[in-house]
Design a protein around this ligand. Structure first.
Ligand SMILES: [Zn+2]
Ligand SMILES: [Zn+2]
Length: 96
């Protein structure tokens, strides 16, 4: 299994869009429209990440799940704020 995170869109060498790990791209904390909106991506299902340099790898603390468990109701990972990823080297920031 690859440790790198799939990049949906590369806006620039330092700005990329990835699927939201916390909601798995659904935009909600569950898979139904009636479920609460995902606070990490604000319902968009994708996240804009600013990195000093690529690649992005799965967050070592949550293993890329964005939460400290395997469910949406588990507490959000404090290392990646739910993004599920981290820069392999250098700084990174969750923009959206
Ligand atoms: Zn989300
Ligand atoms: Zn994490």
């Amino acid at each position: 299994m690859s440790k790198t995170v799939v990049i949906i869109e590369e806006i620039s060498p330092t700005e990329v869009i990835v699927k939201c790990a916390r909601c798995q791209g659904y935009g909600t904390l569950g898979k139904g429209w009636h479920d609460p909106e995902c606070p990490t991506c604000k319902g968009k299902g994708r996240l804009l990440i600013e990195v000093e340099r690529l690649p992005l790898v799965k967050c070592s603390r949550c293993q890329g799940y964005g939460t400290l468990g395997r469910g949406w109701h588990d507490p959000v990972c404090p290392s990646c704020e739910g993004a599920g990823c981290q820069a392999l080297a250098g700084r990174w920031r969750l923009v959206t």
